[in-house]
Design a protein around this ligand. Structure first.
Ligand code: SAM
Length: 231
């Protein structure tokens, strides 16, 4: 088991849909200012190819999914999330992007779904994306949830992940301070790292980058399912 390195999670899975129904209208404002650099890098590291089968877990309002749609117009793009209010915004954004860029897309879906139990067959996706969701989970859930991601990835498939992480400078710790005052101030997100859990879950070629934007500390991790991995 990974050693406990983070503040214990204080928001339960049951509380997530209600909390994120409140957050949905304003979510993108803070995300734009403090997560866009990490998101751009994550999309770059994802190296999306036309024709791929892609899953975004905890798609939120579709801030990353919009790029998936633009880069994979001939493949299958699926986003899932626990919160209907976030998905509603993601659907609107997807329709807007498809119209604006005249994308020839007919294969995408945005549905309710749970990271703990992905309703997809084994070895189904070329790429799984996931951002700022593990920040909400208890640390002893990291490995089981990552194994579920591994299960649905094809051999050689990639996982791209972003998390709010432990900062390198004193000013990065102010964000963790907000969580300590009240976890809802940051949507239940606190500083974590999934690096060690990823290795324990069985991911290979794990590569981590640290990105700070307006003092907000993120990690972007690219990893793969080994071609020889058997669940
Ligand atoms: C901080 S938001 C991040 C949204 C999006 N990934 C982004 O980067 O903008 C966290 C999201 O995780 C979703 N979430 C939390 N736990 C989840 C779970 N177990 N399964 C699926 N989605 C979950 C919430 O509903 C919320 O939309």
């Amino acid at each position: 088991m990974a050693t406990q390195t983070s503040t214990p999670a204080r928001i339960t899975k049951k509380q997530v849909p209600l909390l994120y129904s409140w957050i949905a209208p304003t979510h993108d404002i803070l995300a734009f200012f403090v997560e866009s650099k990490a998101r751009d890098r994550a999309i770059e590291l994802a190296a999306i190819d036309e024709g791929e089968r892609i899953l975004e877990v905890a798609v939120g309002t579709g801030l990353s999914f919009q790029y998936v749609l633009q880069k994979n117009t001939t493949g299958h793009n699926t986003g899932i999330d626990l919160t209907p209010a976030m998905l509603k915004k993601a659907k609107k954004r997807a329709q807007r992007i498809i119209r604006r860029h005249k994308l020839p897309i007919n294969q995408y879906s945005l549905e309710i779904g749970d990271a703990y139990e992905l309703g997809f067959p084994d070895a189904h996706f070329d790429l799984v994306l996931n951002s700022y969701m593990f920040d909400l989970l208890p640390e002893d859930h990291f490995v089981p949830v990552l194994r579920e991601f591994l299960r649905v990835l094809k051999p050689g498939g990639r996982l791209i992940q972003m998390n709010m992480t432990h900062g390198k400078n004193w000013y990065n710790h102010l964000w963790e301070g907000l969580y300590r005052i009240h976890p809802t101030l940051l949507g239940g997100c606190r500083c974590i790292s999934t690096l060690e859990a990823m290795q324990q879950a069985g991911f290979v070629n794990v590569h981590r980058e640290y990105i700070s934007q307006w003092t907000f500390p993120s990690e972007v991790i690219r990893s793969e399912r080994s071609i020889t991995y058997t669940p």
